[in-house]
Every structure is written in C-alpha cells, then in structure tokens.
Write a protein that binds this ligand. Structure first.
Ligand SMILES: Nc1ncnc2c1ncn2[C@@H]1O[C@H](COP(=O)(O)OP(=O)(O)OP(=O)(O)O)[C@@H](O)[C@H]1O
Length: 622
C-alpha cells in the first residue's frame, strides 16, 4: 500500500500561501469538467460571456434615457398632450432607447435561464463521471488500503467531494462571467473617473482577506472532524437500518446510540457555531468598510454633478457603476476565496486518486497455467495485517497439490481465512513466498489469477439484487445465461429455495428495496455456494459459507461439492468434522502456523490436535 502522506497534520492552521497553493487543483478540475462534455462547457462559457456584457450596456442605456428625459422635460407649467408629443416625433429617440433597454432585459433573462439549464446538465454529467472514476479507482486499490482508517477517511471525503464539487464548477464559471462584467464596468469608470476604482479596491481588500481566512478555518474544521463525521454516519446507519433493527430492539440499544450520536453531534455543532459566529461578526465589520467607501464616492459624485461637471445621467451611471462594481468585486473576491477554500477540498479527491495499489500485474506477467500441474507451494510464508503487532500467519510451509481436496482446520483466529486471502492475492506475504507451478504468485497476471481462484467467503455479500443475479456475481459475464445459473443453483441446492420464491429466479432479494424478499441464513449460503459452481474456477475455495446450513444440508452440499469438483483443486474450511473428513488431506493450523497435515485416518492415528478436536466434537454427539 502506498498512501501519500496527508498534506499536513490536520490541526495546524494553513498559511495563506498554502491556501492559495490549493488553486493548482483547479487545472485538473477544469480539465475533468471539460472532458465530461466539451460541448456543454463551451456552451455555458459562451452564454456567460454574452451575459457578462449586458449589465454595463443596460446601465449605459439607462443613463442615455435619463439624459434624454432631462432634455425633453418642459419647464413647469407647459403641459404636453401625448398625441402631440407622439405625432411630432419628439419622443422617437426616447422610445428607441426604452425599447433597447427592454430588449436587453429580455435577452439577459433568456441567457440567464439558458446558463442555468446548461450548468445543471453539465453538473449532473460531471457528478456521474466523477462517481464512476471514484468507483473505478477504488476497485484497483488493495484490500489492505480499504482496511486503513486514514484511507477510509480520505475515501469518505473524496466521496463527498464528487457530490459537492459540481457547485464549484458553476461558481468558477460564474466568477469568470463576473470578472468580464467587472472589466466592462471598469472601462466605463476609467473613462470618467479612474480614482473611483482605486477607492473601491482599498475599501474591499479587508473583507476579502477576512473571507479567505475564515474559509481556510472552515476547511480545517471539516478536515479534523472527518473521523467523527464518519462515526456519526455509522451511528445513524446503525440506529436506523434494517440490518441492525433486530439487535437494536432486543438489546434496547436506541438510547445508547442516540446518546452517543447526540454527544458527538453537539461537539461538532458547537465548534461550527463558534466559527460561524466569528465569521458573521467579522464579515459585517469588514463589509461596512466597503459601504463607507461607496457613500464617500457617492457624495463626491453628487457634489461634482451639482458643480456641473457631470449630467444627471452621468451621475446615475457612475453611481450605479460604482455600486454594481462594488457588489461584483465583493462577490468576486469572496467567491475567489471560496474557490480557494473548495480547492483545498479537491486535495482530498486528487490525493485519493494518487493512491497506487501495490498488488498489481507486472508488465511481463505470466499467464496462469491451464491446467495447473503442480499446485501451490507455501515457502515459509508470513503475513501481518497492517498496524497489527501479531503475525496472523507465519512460517507456513506446505504443498497444496493440484487436484486435491484440502480441508483447513483450526480454532478461531488460527489463520485459515488469512491463508485463503494470500492464495487469492488479496494480500501479498510479508515474508516468504507462494509458488504456483514453481513460479512466484506475483509473477502471474492478477486478473487471470483471480479468475482461476474462486473463493466464497464466510462473510459473503448478500446483494440486494435478484436471485439469479445473486448467483451470477460468481461469474458476472454469465449473468444472461439463465441455463448456467440454474445448473449452478441445482448443484448447490439453491434451486429448491429459489423455486419457492414468488418470482423465482427474478425475485429481488434483501430488504433494502421494495418487493425484496429475505432468505434464511442457510438459504443465502446455498445461493452463495452456487456462485462457486457458476465460477467454475480451477481452484475452488469455500471458506465456511456453510456454517448456517443444517447438518443434513451441509453434508449433502459438501458431498456434492466433492463429487462435482472431482479433479479440481479445492480448499474447504469448516468447523464440522463430518465435512472435514471428506477431504483428501487436512491441514491443521494453530496460532498462524501449520501443525499437522495428513488424511483423516493419518491424523487420527497421530493423535494430535486434530484427533483431540475430532473426538471432542464426536463426544458432543454421543
Ligand atoms: N483485517 C484484519 N486486520 C487485522 N487483523 C486481522 C484481520 N483479519 C484477521 N485478523 C487477525 O488475524 C488472525 C487470523 O485471522 P483469520 O481470520 O485468518 O482466522 P480464522 O482461522 O479464519 O478464524 P475463524 O475460524 O474465526 O474464521 C486473527 O488473530 C485475527 O484477529
């Protein structure tokens, strides 16, 4: 596993430079948006560019209207009637200007709606594409990565990012649009009174810095609290899901869960509230600096107009421009610091994508031999789970012969499942190596290896899919091959379970969705075992997926399994010795090491741990 270190220890505040450094993430982000749909991206940018130029035009036409009205306004006492004014053509110019303003207003509205439409389409596509990329990348990661708490936090943040970042897209485009509008207003102001712009910047800078600061604090808070937020989600899920409802009721856990939720949530809320309060306070102080700037400018403009330097139209245009510029700059600056804040979150997404799996296929990988001739040889294999002090297995040496049925026996925690995971390369050994037909397992193509080694785990997944699909997951390419699925079901005794369901093979299973039917533990297991038959791999491994079967079923299932997988290499894990004794050889594990290996008769004769455990169980049945 190679998880890049988190950008920094979570609790230290970020420097301004670092905050803006996160803006580098915008490039890959914009590229991702562009790749989602070049057409829609271009469309929204063009529409926004057009719309950006309208405000200054409208304000300028407004100024012309006022100047025209002032010009036309009669001295008090002379009354015009409309018809005369109309027919004489005096109002023509005014009408033209009002008509123009009206047209601009309509166009602006239409453009605004089009932008919203295009943005919403683009952002939906973006979220879809980002989610798919997330799933694709997650699928390449090592199992070890998933068990790492730091990575789980990062994955959680990345998952949130894919949903939240579509707003960032609209915001960035909105920023670009506002920037164009600002430039157009600034050109207008520059022509009349360049010093106004300088005043504007001085008034706005403090507000901007304040915004940037609080955004970074907000991010730090969210970052530091990721583990707690994950716990909150977990408690909420446990407290309100079908999977746990039964136990929550029986053990009356609701008060415990609610209390735990409340404590955590309140701490998070308090921290958030403090920050939001400070932000609101400083925000209003700094914003009044901006307002002060505006009124200073307004007073000065009014005075210049009284003095005759500007017309009334100029005054409205300048004051309007100044006000709009101020609003725009304010939102641009705060938007910019928000973008910088959001770009910090993108760190999580992109650092998640940077995690490279270690278990992967080499460039010069070998194809898996077909058939496997010699089998697997464990050479002094040791493995320790990440972060664990104890070796889960160590010094493993044995030969799993091609074509044999091997049973793994041992007490809880002896290392049986770990051994199977190593065989399927869900983990690589930390010590020693595993050979397949004389070559290191790591030399082979990983996809082919996984295709050749089919494992049904004790904690197999109960998919909320149809019965047929639940079997088809064993070989998903065969999901439309109903005949093969039914054959596999017959072999594992799942067929009779499925036939009793109201919708047979098309019956949705599980309780999560409407129409779902749940099965008993043993019935689920029969379905899971059908996956192994459908997979039809060279090596078939059943890791105790039969624990919930009744004694007769387990006996029958294993007897069939042995017959049907005749000639294949099979590994069985079971705590029932009636099953275990059917295997050709039995491997007894204790504390992560092999202590006995031989046939049932040999091991009984040796009178070791196997004989002891066997007799213990046989005792119980007498
Ligand atoms: N994901 C994991 N992370 C850390 N330690 C683990 C993990 N899985 C198993 N272990 C530890 O590794 C050791 C071997 O576990 P393993 O699951 O291989 O035992 P097992 O023989 O299959 O047990 P059981 O009969 O209970 O299924 C145990 O001490 C267990 O606590």
């Amino acid at each position: 596993m190679s998880v890049p270190p988190p950008a920094r220890p979570a609790s230290t505040p970020r420097s301004l430079r670092e905050r803006f450094g996160a803006l580098r993430n915008l490039r890959p982000f914009l590229r991702q948006v562009w790749d989602t749909s070049p057409g829609l991206t271009l469309a929204t940018l063009t529409l926004r560019l057009l719309r950006a130029l309208l405000p200054v035009l409208m304000l300028y036409v407004g100024k012309l209207i006022i100047d025209e009205v002032v010009l036309l306004a009669q001295p008090a006492g002379t009354v015009w009637n409309l018809r005369d004014a109309w027919t004489s053509g005096t109002l023509d110019h005014l009408l033209l200007l009002v008509g123009l303003e009206f047209a601009l207003a309509i166009v602006s509205d239409i453009l605004g709606r089009l932008v919203t439409l295009v943005d919403s389409l683009l952002s939906e596509l973006f979220v879809n594409a980002a989610s798919i990329r997330l799933m694709q990348h997650a699928a390449t990661l090592d199992l070890e990565d998933f068990e790492d708490a730091d990575l789980q936090d990062r994955l959680e943040r990345a998952r949130r990012q894919t949903m939240g970042r579509s707003q960032l897209m609209s915001q960035l485009f909105g920023q670009a649009q506002d920037a164009v509008t600002v430039i157009s207003f600034a050109i207008g102001l520059l022509a009349y009174a360049p010093w106004l712009i300088a005043l504007l910047l001085v008034a706005l800078l403090p507000a901007f810095l304040g915004e940037a600061h609080f955004n970074a604090l907000n991010y730090s808070l969210n970052y530091v609290w990721t583990p707690e937020r994950r716990e909150l989600d977990y408690i909420r899920q446990t407290g309100a899901s079908v999977e746990s409802a039964k136990e929550v009721k029986i053990f009356a856990l609701q008060d415990f869960l609610i209390q735990r939720y409340r404590e955590l949530a309140e701490k998070f809320y308090a921290a958030n509230r403090r920050l939001a309060g400070r932000r609101a306070l400083w925000g209003s102080v700094l914003a009044s600096v901006g307002t002060l700037g505006y009124y200073a400018a307004y007073g000065y403009l009014a005075w210049r107009t009284v003095r005759g330097d500007f017309t009334i139209g100029d005054l409205t245009f300048l004051a309007g421009s100044f006000r709009r510029l101020r609003q725009l700059l304010e939102s641009l600056l705060s938007g910019f610091s928000q973008v910088a804040g959001q770009a910090l979150y993108l760190d999580d997404l992109y650092s998640f994508f940077e995690i490279a799996p270690e278990i992967a296929t080499r460039d010069d990988a070998l194809p898996i031999p077909e058939p496997i001739r010699d089998g697997f040889v464990f050479e002094n294999v040791g493995f320790r789970y990440p972060g664990a002090e104890r070796w889960a297995v160590r010094g493993l040496r044995f030969h799993l012969r091609a074509g044999e049925a091997l049973a793994l026996v041992g007490e809880n925690g002896a290392g049986k499942t770990t051994l199977v995971k190593l065989l399927a390369r869900l983990y690589d050994p930390d010590e020693g190596r595993i050979l397949l037909d004389g070559r290191d397992l790591r030399d082979y193509d990983l996809d082919q290896l996984r295709a050749a080694v089919g494992v049904i785990f004790q904690d197999f997944v109960r998919y909320n899919l149809t019965a047929a699909e639940n079997i088809a997951v064993g070989r998903i390419a065969a999901r439309d091959d109903r005949a093969a699925i039914e054959r596999a079901a017959e072999r594992s005794l799942a067929d009779e379970v499925i036939r009793r369901l109201p919708q047979g093979y098309d019956q949705p299973l599980g309780r999560r969705f409407r129409n779902g039917v749940d099965l008993s533990g043993g019935e689920w297991q029969k379905l899971a075992i059908a996956r192994a038959y459908l997979r039809d791999a060279q090596v078939m491994i059943l890791d105790e997926p039969t624990a919930a079967l009744d004694a007769r079923s387990e006996f029958e299932v294993f007897e069939r399994f042995k017959d049907l997988s005749e000639g294949k290499t099979t590994v069985l894990i079971s705590h029932r010795f009636s099953t275990v004794r059917m295997a050709d050889r039995i491997l007894v594990l204790k504390d992560g090491g092999v202590i006995e290996l031989g046939s049932h008769a040999e091991l009984l004769a040796a009178d070791g741990l196997y004989a002891e455990l066997f007799n213990l169980q046989a005792e119980g049945y007498r």
